[in-house]
Design a protein around this ligand. Structure first.
Ligand code: NAD
Ligand code: GLY
Length: 371
């Protein structure tokens, strides 16, 4: 990966508008390096880059050089790779590195990696000395279109995914689509699930664009990739600006969780990392779509279009074998649930979804028993 950074002129910007917590997302080839031009590092005492050994071997040197050209004190700490490492133990390695080096509250953390690194670094930044600043440099498609934006940070617990965390917004997001060239195909497909999510749950125009451009995305054609990343970030930025802390009783940020109640249940029932998060979300969206059709909220034709798009992205629409009771046990731990009731995100049309807490567990169980 020795692609020369291009000028700032080739960088797109999407703004996440959250009053004093607003920040820009820079998207473009070379942003890993050139994006730092827009970040004022003078106010920070130190920069700590957090990554994993695999990603750091690929992009660490380039990033450290770019940051090092703008700050005299740049260090790094590497965490073990993998969803099953999104834990207190890994998180503590960040705090160990910060405390051993006497890093103060003016330290800037940089998350270089996928959603696992981004979520952990964000959580570390949220709670180290009651909160420090961080920058997201997402290197997977999933992280570029979703997890690096919006300030949800977390680690997993054996009893539930992302159960321990905080809202903490980054000060900047640098998205360099060229780093996706080294991403394994399976990880790329998992990222497409979150791209498709925006179209299915929130934006019919984007859904139609995806139907037209999915072959170009599967081939990772740069213009299509950049457009998909930009539009995903725009949709997410709009939703987050409207409901940062996911407190709206209807709709709002919860809609970004379309497919996730089923998906998180797959991840935790099978064990973290067996199905990738995006794979589980893809299948979860297929189940939420079929369930919406079974309740006559959407037509069979609409459901077919959604399932066809998920399938074209190389994602599974049939769930793994999980007993209905086990499904329900895991779905009952979803963070959206209130007062013991399931709160599902269901489709009302392509591009239009809503939260529904009126469906009883037996109806869901009967639906799942048929799969
Ligand atoms: P990941 O972070 O585990 O990355 C996937 C794999 O790709 C890892 O092995 C990683 O080392 C490797 N990798 C990363 N970048 C690479 C590159 N450019 N080239 C080659 N290999 C690369 O997984 P993910 O799919 O990025 O993230 C999943 C996580 O994100 C889950 O824990 C999920 O809960 C979280 N998530 C969070 C939010 C949020 O809003 N905070 C949203 C969606 C998902
Ligand atoms: N990924 C869901 C959210 O950020 O709200």
């Amino acid at each position: 990966m020795s692609e020369a950074p291009q000028s700032m002129a080739s960088i797109d910007h999407v703004n996440v508008r959250l009053a004093q917590r607003s920040y820009p997302i820079a998207i473009g080839h070379g942003a890993l390096e050139t994006g730092w031009e827009a970040i004022d590092l003078k106010g920070f005492s130190r920069v700590f880059v957090v990554s994993n050994p695999h990603v750091f071997a690929l992009y660490g040197e380039r990033l450290m050089r770019a940051v090092g050209a703008r700050h005299a004190d740049v260090r790094n700490v590497l965490l073990p790779d993998g969803e099953d490492q999104k834990s207190w133990q890994s998180l503590n390695q960040i705090f160990d590195a910060l405390l051993v080096s006497a890093s103060d509250r003016k330290t800037l953390l940089v998350a270089l990696g996928g959603g696992v690194i981004g979520d952990m670094v964000g959580f570390a930044a949220a709670i180290y000395q009651r909160g420090i600043a961080f920058v997201q440099v997402p290197t997977t498609l999933l992280a570029q279109v979703d997890s690096s934006v919006g300030g949800k940070t977390a680690i997993n617990h054996a009893l539930g995914k992302n159960m321990i965390g905080a809202f903490h917004q980054p000060i900047h997001v640098l998205i360099d689509p060229s780093v996706l060239q080294t991403l394994p195909a399976r990880e790329f497909r998992a990222g497409l699930a979150e791209v498709i999510k925006y179209g299915v749950a929130l934006d019919a125009t984007f859904f139609a664009w995806l139907e037209e451009n999915l072959d170009a995305l599967n081939a990772q054609e740069p213009p299509a990739m950049r457009e998909a990343i930009k539009r995903s970030c725009e949709i997410k930025a709009r939703v987050v600006a409207d409901d940062e802390f996911e407190t709206r009783p209807q709709g709002g940020r919860a809609l970004l969780n379309f497919g996730h109640t089923f998906g998180h249940a797959i991840e935790s029932a099978l064990g973290y990392g067996v199905w990738l998060h995006g794979e589980a979300v893809g299948c979860g969206m297929a189940l939420a779509t079929k369930f919406s059709a079974s309740l006559n909220r959407i037509s069979a034709d609409e459901a077919e279009r959604v399932l066809a798009l998920i399938t074209r992205a190389g994602l599974e629409v049939e769930p793994p074998r999980i007993a209905p009771d086990v499904w329900l046990t895991h779905m009952a731990r979803d963070k959206k649930n209130e007062r013991g009731r399931l709160r599902l995100i269901l489709l009302d049309a392509i591009g239009q979804s809503s939260t529904d807490a009126s469906i009883d567990a037996d109806t869901v169980k009967a639906f799942l028993a048929g799969h």
